[in-house]
Design a protein around this ligand. Structure first.
Ligand code: FAD
Length: 758
């Protein structure tokens, strides 16, 4: 790639510096040899230094990219000389000759330090077109990519472009979690210093690879977390972007033959969205915070039932699928996911996935619909959460009618081939597999549910409840993050919000319904000073995806992502499949192993055991007021997960898979049932495998028992007259199945109760 204008300026600057240093060195030597003896001091102090600076600047200017380490050394030398000179100025006698020389040194080195640093930064920023990463972070990311992808690099996809794609992903979303991702690369760059090695990007490739293998394969604690995350973000971006697709055999939906055969449908009308850009004060009757599964259903029903003015406040932005969605994983995940999908529990063991856009998590979910199991409702009743189950069934009927929930049937290629094989394997073992009920329209099987369906065939809130709500006069304000609710006595009075540019504004409402989803709803209440039982009883449906390798091409990417499942004892096993970026995240192995496996990406199928956890998690605020999730998987839940993993292996093996790979950090290859013991022997702790959840629940438990509940059975926050919560956060335990239908049904149920009390 050609040097940028800034790089050429920096190169010329270094070249001029090298000439100045060389001339300086010659001149001083000349004076020493031919002039008076008192110049000895000046010569001794200056000449060797100028020689070193000449060598460094000459080498750096010789290859602005290749010899970047010399530019850094030069900058570092100016810094050292500056600091040393300052110390000498302070410690030497005033007006002495030495002192004057050091004052001069200090001034010159400070100017050179700043100027060189600025020009160096500009040159690296322009090389990678950086918007978010610092130059050091970008160079560290590239250094790691050169090692973890290495010779597997696809022709035409340079590592410089991978850095640009990573920077682009980070610059799409606005979150404090971004700094953690950046820190990982800063740490990776300087960690080798602790082991007396050069910084990561300064080492040669072979040396760097040896170092990473030697030091980090068996690393533990924070170092392990840093290296895992650093590696995973490289694979995610590299394999998730178009130029690498030819190496995996992946095809974008629009490049597949059947794309043109998908029945055409007219594009839906975009929603009418409002944005607030000034310090306004807005009045409304009922304010619903959040536009996801719960908020959309509530807003529609509250407006329809009461005829009052209802306003939805949504933190995320509004995207029009057919216009804004690109089908590129890193772009869409940056755009649609909360924190760009980088949210983790405090101990980094569990990744939490949620939506952050108008329509909430329904825009990125798989449309699977389960009614709440009766056993769960019975258990809730014991905890003081009284939900009339007969009434709830009617709400489920109504919701299913609106969102269009129907059962999938085996229909290749709409149901993907990996899932078809799973179904067959489960049938062979008499495990009674079932196809999911989903809220899809005439689905084309693009496989893009989790990155938003550009074709509007997954019927998210964008396509049903939100348009219906707008017909009832509901106003939707997007890019509106609720910071806190101001309360007076037993009443919620004002809602303090800000947009992504930082402008704050206020909404006054007579009734406030919080539906910002699990974690965020608890966070809003905690930030508003409402603490009683808030943040407690957080639970998750926890999964660990496993990849099954088949001897032939399966092309699981070509079809609906999640198709069928089996019920186990304390767990479900659900099929799933992701485009290559996300698949690389869960693919077992490092270096060649992982890249070799990605080369046969088309041979894999994926499924995941799903365990509804105990409600032992908590949402908290840290010392700086940031939201944190405190969760440690219980042993009971971990054992259920491992049972699920073993059942999953058996099913794929019964479907003639060559082997099944857990997403473990050690190499565990299950080739036959004899190998199942490896799961017990090698998966000893939750951190031995990658864990994720897309279904956080709880945090504001529903219970009339004031010692347990944050909200009562009327969905009113205990102790308040006009403040309600209804979304996944009110579930006092997890529903143990995919929760969207439970959330929508209960939101409809709650909206009718709230309407009758205001
Ligand atoms: C990748 C993925 C796949 C899934 N697949 C399925 C599936 O197939 N079936 C299923 O049943 N479930 C699925 N789920 C889960 C399901 O979508 C969620 O459980 C459900 O949408 C949660 O509903 P909610 O209303 O509680 O929260 P959400 O739908 O997440 O809505 C909350 C909204 O509040 C907004 N918000 C947050 N904080 C603030 C704030 N401070 N101010 C203003 N607004 C705020 C958020 O941006 C969001 O739009 C999936 C989830 C994910 C992430």
């Amino acid at each position: 790639m050609n040097n940028t204008k800034q790089e050429i300026i920096f190169k010329n600057y270094l070249f001029i510096l090298s000439i100045i240093f060389l001339l300086g060195c010659i001149l001083i030597s000349y004076f020493f040899i031919f002039a008076a003896a008192q110049q000895v001091l000046l010569f001794v102090l200056t000449s060797p230094l100028l020689l070193i600076l000449f060598i460094l600047s000459k080498l750096a200017s010789g290859g602005i990219r290749k010899n970047n380490s010399f530019s850094c050394l030069l900058i570092f030398s100016f810094l050292v000389v500056g600091i040393y000179s300052l110390v000498r100025v302070i410690t030497s006698a005033a007006n002495s000759q030495i002192s004057l020389i050091y004052i001069l040194y200090f001034l010159i080195s400070s100017v050179l330090f700043l100027l060189t640093l600025i020009l160096w930064r500009k040159s690296v920023i322009s090389r990678f077109d950086l918007k978010t990463l610092s130059p050091t972070e970008a160079l560290s990311y590239k250094a790691l990519a050169e090692v973890v992808i290495g010779d597997y690099k696809t022709e035409g996809y340079s590592f410089d472009t991978t850095v640009k794609d990573f920077d682009k992903y980070l610059s799409i979303f606005d979150s404090s979690k971004k700094s953690s991702a950046k820190m990982v690369y800063l740490a990776a760059q300087f960690l080798p210093l602790i082991f007396f090695n050069l910084p990561l990007s300064w080492m040669g490739i072979e040396e760097r690879k040896d170092f990473i293998q030697k030091r980090f394969f068996k690393a533990t604690g924070l170092v392990l977390t840093i290296m895992r995350s650093a590696k995973q973000l490289v694979y995610f971006v590299y394999y998730g972007n178009k130029p690498s697709f030819k190496s995996t055999g992946y095809k974008l939906f629009e490049d597949r033959e059947r794309f043109n055969k998908m029945p055409k449908e007219p594009d839906p009308e975009p929603l009418d969205i409002k944005y607030i850009t000034n310090a306004a004060e807005i009045q409304t009757d009922i304010c619903v915070i959040g536009s996801g599964a719960a908020g959309a259903v509530e807003a529609y029903n509250l407006a329809k039932n009461t005829g009052k003015k209802v306003t939805i406040l949504e933190k995320g932005k509004y995207y029009i699928p057919q216009k804004d969605f690109t089908n590129i994983e890193s772009e869409m995940i940056g755009m649609l996911y909360k924190d760009g999908a980088l949210e983790l529990t405090q101990d980094f063991d569990l990744a939490i996935l949620q939506g952050n856009c108008v329509g909430g998590s329904t825009v990125i979910n798989n449309g699977i619909c389960f009614r709440t199991p009766a056993s769960v409702l019975n258990n809730w009743e014991k905890i003081g959460a009284k939900i009339d189950s007969d009434k709830l069934e009617k709400y489920f009927d109504s919701v299913e009618n609106i969102i269009g929930s129907v059962s999938l049937v085996r229909n290749p290629p709409i149901t993907n081939e990996g899932a078809n094989r799973f179904y067959k394997g489960a049938e062979n073992l008499n495990l009674n597999p079932e196809w999911f009920k989903t809220n899809f329209g005439t689905c084309g099987g693009s496989g893009y549910c989790n990155i938003g369906c550009k074709y509007n065939r997954k019927l998210s809130m964008l396509l049903n409840y939100l348009p219906l709500a707008q017909k009832e006069g509901v106003e939707i304000i997007a890019d509106c993050e609720v910071l806190k609710i101001q309360t007076r006595g037993k009443n919620a009075e004002k809602i303090i919000c800000k947009n992504s540019s930082g402008t704050k504004f206020t909404i006054s409402a007579k009734q406030v319904v919080v539906a910002a989803g699990a974690i965020a709803s608890s966070s809003i209440l905690l930030k508003s000073g409402i603490k009683k039982n808030v943040g407690t009883r957080l639970s998750f449906n926890i999964t660990t995806p496993m990849m099954a390798e088949f001897p032939d091409v399966v092309n699981s990417f070509d079809g609906v992502q999640m198709c069928c499942y089996i019920k186990g004892n304390g767990f479900l096993v659900e099929t799933t499949f992701n485009p290559p970026g996300t698949s690389a995240l869960i693919m077992q192995g490092w270096f060649e192993k992982l890249n070799e496996r990605m080369k046969i990406y088309t041979h894999f199928a994926t499924a995941a055991p799903v365990v509804g956890s105990e409600p032992n998690g908590a949402v908290k605020l840290d010392l700086f007021g940031n939201t944190t999730v405190d969760y440690k998987m219980t042993n009971g839940d971990f054992q259920k997960l491992k049972e699920g993993m073993k059942t999953l292996c058996k099913i794929f093996l019964a479907a003639n898979a060559d082997c099944v790979l857990p997403s473990s950090y050690d190499e565990i290859v299950i080739k036959s049932e004899k190998d199942l013991g490896l799961i017990d022997n090698m998966v000893k702790k939750p951190e031995d495998i990658s864990l994720s959840t897309a279904h956080p629940q709880g945090g504001n438990p529903l219970s009339d028992n004031k010692e347990i509940g944050a909200v009562d059975s009327n969905f009113r926050v205990h102790g308040f007259n006009n403040l309600y919560v209804c979304d996944a956060s009110v579930f006092p335990t997890g529903v143990m199945v995919n929760p969207q239908l439970s959330i929508m049904g209960i939101a409809n149920y709650a909206a009718d109760i709230i309407s009758s009390t205001i």
